[in-house]
Structure formats: structure tokens, C-alpha cells
Design a protein around this ligand. Structure first.
Ligand code: C2O
Ligand code: CU
Ligand code: CU
Length: 489
């Protein structure tokens, strides 16, 4: 059975609840498309100050625990934590050093840590086979030998990744290098990390309980939190700021823009700086993706505010049909350090397509095993397969270049595809949006495929041999089996 037919039969209560919405009436869609309106965003008052995660430089320790977090205007909830609240500290490292992170697992269940975007040896990568048992600890040694950029860390135990991330386990990992330092980008109070996530609550408790159809669409929360703060505001100055954006949601895609329509300047993507800044009015950011942007608030008057919001981006998907505010910037300081937007940022060595030794194509649109779970709909797959821990699905040679194609042309769901152990370049997107956005002109480890799209990426595998995974970063899809192993030999 196709997903939409299933939704048609099960989504009646949601449809009834929203039948009066003029937005939906004007959108003029069939009732099957109305599923998901129960996940309409509820905006807060933007009265809580944005929390800024503590930055730790170099070696550190993470104690993974169940704790009580203060959420939503003082209510408290049981959460999973790397410190004593949602999200872990930001770990900062300089290219060339080796960072060791000792992880003490005080949860009553297995966990591990994947260093998303970092290129590290197999046994340090947080493959789902490499778990830290409840009550045990493991020390990750991470040789940092890659471009400056905004990376992040989160758990990766198969079938528990989405829940553990949703319940609070994630953090930023920033790499710096001399190339980036020479640009004198806004720093200190003028550099703001923004980890954007959607959460769902049952009463005042964080609630992760996806239904069968939410495993299909992704689990969408009704409240947007940034750095763990619901509906926050940040005090800014009349001048330049650097925002390091990370979409740490399990499934929600954001189409980021500013409420006054002001452009902002994209300077970096998953794998660090772009060759040159690109000015945009909006920017799509899928789960797992990062964007480094510069904003100049000097055109605003003291006391004025502007919202970071998500614009509509889809007419028919369960998400993307609503515009909502994410956070507020209030201009409260008259001056910021002088800064001029550079014309060039970095050198990106384009990987020649002729250097690819092979092309692999993966159909990511099909649901397989249709008589199984999810009301008979089947499970998310890559190339017709779902994850098996001990099966090697693809074998590649260290230090060689390949082209991989992800094909969602027949699909009706959103899939952000992520590959461990490499940074890639995107060659082209055909179908759907049909082009590359600003961040996609830089180094990437995660790429968004909207329904109808096909994307080709090129990458050179590192010298690290061993088994790594690639998967959909819609974490409900990943836990559903939309993940495969590849071995670098
Ligand atoms: Cu952030 Cu395997 O993922
Ligand atoms: Cu990763
Ligand atoms: Cu997916």
C-alpha cells in the first residue's frame, strides 16, 4: 500500500481538527495531504534569553545520564544529557591536534558517539556496532586533520538514535585552522551557535513516541527550541555577527529567513568555508546539515527586533506548509567590531569527475517488505535494502574517488542523505529544485533530497580502512533501517 493511501485511512482525526483552517482551504489539497497538521508549530513569546553552550577546548569528558531539564518556561522534564541540561558543551579543536573525549555511560542502556562530519578512524567513528554498555566508559581519540568548520556529535545506536538525540543528546564540535583565523570573522559575543530542534511534549515532559505513520513522515514536534531554549531571543549589536547553524532535529527541515526580508551571507557549509560568500534571502537546512552565515544588523535601529523564521517550502508534504518564527534578535548595542565581508574565503579544490573510478546509484524512494510493519507499508530502504549490522553493502578503495547518486525521483518523502567518513562535493541536482543552493557549493557530508530529486556527489575516500555507514538523517528513517554499511579497504 502506498503511504498516502494509508494516511487517508488513518488521518481522519487530524483532518477534522484542521478543517477550519483558511490556510488549508486556500491550499486546496485533497484530504490525504492534510495529515500532519497536528504538528503545526506553536510559537512562544520569545522572552527567554538564548542559552549559549559552554565551549571547552581540547580534551574533555562527557557523562551521559538521565537528568531533569528545565524546559518551556520553567517546567521540568526527564531528559538525556551530556552535562546537566539539553545538549552537550561545544567542543573546540584546532586542526592538527588529537582530541580525546572520555565518555562515561551512566544511562541504563547502550549508547555511543558519532562525530558527524569528522573524518576519524573506524573504531572512533561511532558505528552502531561499537557501543558503550550501560555503566561503562570509552575514550574516543579524534585526530583532527580537516578543514575548519562546524561539526557535531550525537549518539548512533541502531534503532535508538532518534530517541536519544530527541531526548537531549547532541552537541557542536568546532574545528578551527589558520586559513579561517586569517579572515578575522566575528567572534566572542558576535559568534552565535544555533542548534535548532523541534520538540514535542506531553504535558511538560519531552515526549518521543512516534506512531507508525510518524516513522514514515518523521517525528515532528510543535515547539522549536534553539540551544535547548524554547522561543528565545538574543541580544545583538548594530553590526556583523556570525551564526553557526545546525539542524539537530530528527526530521524537520527549515527554510531559514529573516522576518524583515534582509539578506544574509552564507560563508560555510558542513565541511567548512565556501570559496566565496553568497548572499541569500532564505536557506534550506535539513537534519544533520550545518550552515555558517554572517548577518549585518547595522541597518536596524536600536531597540528594533527581527525574527529568524522558517518559510514555507512545500505545498504538499507534512512539513513545509507553515511559516513560523524560530527566534528573535533584538538590537541592543550600538556598536560591533568593524568588519568587512571578504570577497574570497577559502580555496576549494574541485574534485575532477574524470578522477572517479566508479559510479554507484542508490534508489532511496522505495519502501521494502510491504507486508511487514507500518500497517503493511514496508520500511525505508536504500537500494532496496534495510540495515543489517554485519552485512557489507558496498566496498570501496581507500584514497580513490567515486561518484554516488541518490535517486528520490519516485519518492514522496524528504530524505537528507549522510555519508560517514568523508566530505563530498555535490555535482548536480536534477528534478525537483533542479539546482544547488549556496551551502551545496562547499564541502558537504549531508545532502537534502526533496521528493522528485536526484543528486550526484563526488568524494575521495580517506586512508582509514574499515566499516562505516551511510544513511538518511531523518532519524526515524535511519532507525527504520534506511542505512547501509560500506567498507573502505
Ligand atoms: Cu549525524 Cu550517522 O549521523
Ligand atoms: Cu555522520
Ligand atoms: Cu529518509
Amino acid at each position: 500500500m502506498k503511504r498516502r493511501e494509508f494516511i487517508k485511512q488513518t488521518g481522519l482525526s487530524a483532518i477534522t481538527a484542521w478543517a477550519g483552517s483558511s490556510l488549508l482551504l486556500s491550499a486546496c489539497h485533497t484530504e490525504e495531504d492534510m495529515m500532519g497538521e497536528a504538528n503545526w508549530i506553536v510559537e512562544g513569546g520569545f522572552t527567554q534569553a538564548l542559552f549559549k553552550p559552554v565551549v571547552v577546548e581540547g580534551n574533555t569528558q562527557l557523562i551521559v545520564q538521565t537528568t531533569t531539564g528545565q524546559l518551556l518556561n520553567g517546567s521540568s522534564s526527564s531528559i538525556l544529557s551530556y552535562r546537566n541540561g539539553l545538549l552537550g558543551n561545544t567542543i573546540k579543536a584546532t586542526r592538527g591536534e588529537t582530541v580525546s573525549v572520555q565518555v562515561q555511560n551512566n544511562l541504563g542502556e547502550e549508547t555511543n558517539i558519532h562525530w558527524h562530519g569528522l573524518i576519524v578512524p573506524e573504531d572512533m567513528d561511532g558505528h552502531p556496532k561499537d557501543l558503550i554498555a550501560a555503566g561503562s566508559s570509552f575514550t574516543y581519540a579524534l585526530p583532527i586533520n580537516q578543514r575548519a568548520g562546524t561539526y557535531w556529535y550525537h549518539p548512533h545506536p541502531h534503532e535508538a538514535t532518534a530517541r536519544q538525540v530527541f531526548m537531549g543528546l547532541a552537541g557542536m564540535f568546532i574545528v578551527t585552522d589558520s586559513e579561517e583565523a586569517a579572515l578575522n570573522l566575528p567572534t566572542g559575543d558576535f559568534e552565535i551557535p544555533l542548534i535548532i530542534q523541534d520538540k514535542r511534549f506531553s504535558g511538560s515532559s519531552l515526549d518521543y513516541s512516534p506512531s507508525q505513520d510518524e516513522i514514515m513522515t518523521g517525528y515532528l514536534g510543535e515547539q522549536i527550541i534553539v540551544n535547548g531554549t524554547y522561543a528565545p531571543y538574543a541580544s545583538v549589536a548594530k553590526g556583523w555577527h556570525r551564526l553557526r547553524l545546525l539542524n539537530g532535529s530528527t526530521a524537520r527541515v527549515y527554510n531559514l529567513a529573516l522576518s524583515n526580508g534582509m539578506p544574509f551571507h552564507v560563508i560555510g557549509a558542513d565541511g567548512g568555508l565556501l570559496a566565496a560568500p553568497e548572499s541569500v534571502n532564505s536557506l534550506m537546512l535539513a537534519p544533520g546539515e550545518r550552515a555558517d552565515v554572517l548577518i549585518d544588523f547595522s541597518g536596524l535601529a536600536l531597540g528594533q527586533s527581527v525574527y529568524l523564521l522558517s518559510k514555507k517550502f512545500s505545498q504538499y508534504n507534512v512539513q513545509g506548509r507553515q511559516q513560523y518564527n524560530i527566534m528573535k534578535f533584538v538590537v541592543e548595542q550600538a556598536t560591533a567590531p568593524a568588519f568587512t565581508l571578504p570577497t574570497n574565503l577559502s580555496t576549494i579544490n574541485v574534485i575532477p569527475t574524470a578522477s572517479a573510478v566508479t559510479t554507484r546509484t542508490f534508489d532511496i524512494a522505495a519502501l521494502v517488505g510491504g507486508m511487514g510493519g507500518h500497517g503493511g507499508m514496508g520500511r525505508h530502504s536504500i537500494g532496496g535494502k534495510t540495515f543489517e549490522m554485519d552485512r557489507i553493502d558496498e566496498t570501496v578503495q581507500a584514497n580513490t574517488t567515486e561518484i554516488w547518486e541518490f535517486d528520490n525521483r519516485m519518492g514522496d518523502e524528504i530524505h537528507p542523505m549522510h555519508i560517514h567518513g568523508v566530505q563530498f562535493q555535490i555535482l548536480e541536482r536534477t528534478g525537483g529544485r533542479g539546482n544547488l543552493i549556496a551551502t551545496e557549493k562547499g564541502w558537504k557530508d549531508t545532502v537534502l533530497l526533496m521528493p522528485g530529486e536526484k543528486v550526484r556527489v563526488i568524494m575521495t575516500f580517506p586512508a582509514y580502512t574499515g566499516v562505516f555507514v551511510f544513511h538518511c538523517h531523518n532519524l526515524e528513517h535511519e532507525d527504520d533501517g534506511m542505512m547501509l554499511n560500506f567498507e573502505i579497504i
